[in-house]
Design a protein around this ligand. Structure first.
Ligand code: DI6
Ligand code: FE
Length: 422
């Protein structure tokens, strides 16, 4: 049984910077936390270094491993040229009509094999892991036929086997209508609800089911078909709701006890109340809000008043949120949505775990739980939302083992001034 006493650390066990411990210690045995608290109160059981060798964290902050609870991480290609065209004034609609948008990523994804999809997603995942992410949700949704949706979900599972991260898959076959079903949305939903979802659920590839409920996506009635199909397989649901308009998607999702409703810029009080009653988590996605230059803010005051848990995520996708930094999301949520430091830190720890139905496993450090934590070289936890683009995570520990350590391997050779050359 491997035993370690992690000490000389500042502990934020629940992701709330208002509840921390200076000079704390964590006793970890066989990957599980068996004791945590102030070092001065360390029980004698853990005091013998010959049985409990020390790991000294030099006064660093320790939080639960971060959780990115909404990503579209696995896909082919990228849409930088489309981005450039939009900067030249070409509209979304014109791009979509010209075969751009989600459909262009669907084409690139269908053309890519699992090896290529794994390789491109791995680069994005590694960037997130280097920022202390230890659990992540990965949606399908760029395949839009059985074989390719299976390919995406298999790659997502493979990433969780290869990397020190817990992967939770979400089937998003109802992301958009593929070209071969253009104008035949309900026929496509037959394929999604009666063939793709049951087949992939039977193959153990689906942990939850999602739908893009939006004017440009699926209607309330169509979204409800997807939820009914998920319910028939005892699968929890999520929804992309009220991103560009108020379709009432969050209220519908609450009727199905959705784990989360995501985006929510156009959410109204009726939707907020329904989410509260159903314990549905509000997952806010400031990366998409920022990148598509949305102007409608999510109803933070209403969500706070009803005490709906607030989670945050990258929504990492090639079209509306090409983001591979969860720390950037903390800054955007603070700066653009005016969320507080306690809100944003809980948004990527305990509330993000709730949005995945994994509150018992991730998002909080406590005795009896796996020792999954991130180590931060900061003086204040507010720095996690404050700095933009600065590497702050120095070590990641999973089940008591260090799985990532940042080395200052960047080397800058001395440069002699021009005068010295003369
Ligand atoms: N909402 C979004 O913002 C993305 N999907 C969704 O349901 C857009 C995905 C893309 O443009 O590739
Ligand atoms: Fe999304």
């Amino acid at each position: 049984m491997k035993k370690t006493l992690w000490q000389n650390l500042k502990l934020c066990a629940g992701g709330d910077p208002r509840d921390t411990l200076d000079d704390a210690a964590l006793a970890v045995s066989d990957g599980q936390i068996v004791w945590q608290g102030a070092l001065r109160e360390l029980p004698a059981t853990y005091a013998d270094p010959s049985i409990w060798p020390r790991e000294n964290l030099e006064g660093a902050w320790v939080t639960p491993g971060l959780i990115d609870c909404h990503t579209h991480l696995v896909y082919g290609g990228q849409r930088a040229d489309e981005f450039a065209q939009r900067l030249d004034g070409v509209s979304y609609e014109a791009l979509a009509q010209a075969g751009g948008g989600i459909v262009s990523t669907v084409r690139a994804t269908r053309a890519a094999d699992e090896t290529a999809l794994f390789a491109s997603a791995a680069l994005r995942l590694e960037a997130l892991l280097a920022e202390g992410v230890s659990a992540i949700e990965i949606k399908s949704g760029y395949g839009l036929d059985l074989a390719c949706e299976r390919k995406l979900l298999r790659v997502a599972r493979a990433l969780g086997e290869r990397y020190p991260v817990s992967v939770y898959t979400t089937f998003l076959g109802a992301h958009t209508v593929p070209p071969e079903f253009s104008g035949r949305t309900d026929a496509y939903l037959d394929e999604v609800c009666e063939r793709m979802l049951p087949t992939l659920a039977d193959e153990g590839l689906i942990d939850a089911v999602d739908v893009f409920c939006e004017r440009v996506g699926f209607s309330l009635k169509q979204s409800e078909r997807v939820f009914e199909a998920a319910q028939r397989r005892n699968l929890r649901v999520k929804i992309h709701a009220e991103q560009l308009s108020n379709s009432g998607g969050a209220k519908l999702a609450a009727r199905y006890r959705a784990l989360s409703a995501d985006h929510l810029e156009y959410l109204d009080e009726e939707g907020v109340a329904a989410m509260k009653a159903a314990s549905t988590v509000a997952v806010l996605l400031p990366g998409a809000y920022y990148f598509i230059r949305e102007t409608q803010l999510p109803p933070l005051e209403l969500l706070r008043r009803y005490e709906v848990p607030l989670a945050l995520a990258t929504d990492s996708n090639p079209g509306t949120s090409p983001v591979t930094s969860l720390l950037l999301i903390l800054n955007l949520a603070s700066t653009l949505f005016r969320m507080t430091v306690p809100e944003v830190l809980q948004g990527v720890t305990c509330h993000a775990a709730q949005a995945l139905g994994q509150a018992g496993r991730h998002g909080i450090l406590a005795p009896g739980r796996s020792a999954d934590f991130a180590v931060w070289q900061v003086e204040s936890l507010a720095e996690l939302a404050y700095w933009i683009g600065r590497p702050l995570c120095t070590q990641v520990v999973r089940a008591g083992q260090t799985v990532y350590r940042r080395h200052r391997h960047a080397h800058f050779s001395a440069h002699r001034s021009d005068q010295e050359h003369e």
